[in-house]
Design a protein around this ligand. Sequence first.
Ligand code: CIR
Length: 253
Amino acid sequence: MFTHAIVRIPCENFAQGLTTSGHLGAADYSLMLKQHEAYCDALRSLGLTVDVLEAQASYPDAHFVEDTAVVIDEIAVITNPGAPSRSGEQVSIEPALAKYKAVARIEAPGTMDGGDVLLVGKQFFVGQSERTNAEGFKQFARIVAEHGYQAVSVPVGEGLHFKSGVNHIGSNRLLVTPDFAQCEALEGYEIFVTPEGEEYAANALLINDTLITPAGFPGVRAVLDATGLDVIELDMSETRKMDGALTCLSLRF
Ligand code: CIR
């Protein structure tokens, strides 16, 4: 059961963050703040205590807190974010997590973004991406093995992060983009594939028994409704313009 989440208020210059989604238009700050508040409210409505960290103008991507740590029952692993402009975001996350957990760190030359890390039961899938390198994976696998977790490295291909393409939606189920539909590492799971053009909605956030999904993806919604899951939809338009999605905006534990 998750009981806590950590989020960070987006900073005024958040639209200067990294993005490849310029075709979606310029991101709007007041709308972003409104959508971020709705996100926090949704987490609270599911019973989580939400710690809200201050905006950090020196890091326009810093509200994507997921990339700065991986939190499990036993420990918080502070990452070393792989994009040069995001290197250092992890420094102010550490004290926020150290209040709750013992801490370990991914050290250079290892790099890792939390968006590449998916946990299902005691099994970690770690995307091998432009952000997470082999050394980062090696360090991470060693740290979590001490607590009884396995980790497997999976190439991400085109997408930004592993969780841009694969997410756990409860029980033995994974929601994936077509790119991951035949992925060998995911054999044994029940695979639900996003319909054409709805790949963005593969990033869904499971909080206990409820799945939060981005609004505006009816094909994915139909797939999810067939599973009987409780679903909350949130408008993610401004986060999406900055290449972010639902999981990126919080650390849950
Ligand atoms: C970046 O490119 O790093 C940010 N603009 C978006 C990060 C999204 N984070 C995530 O998917 N975990």
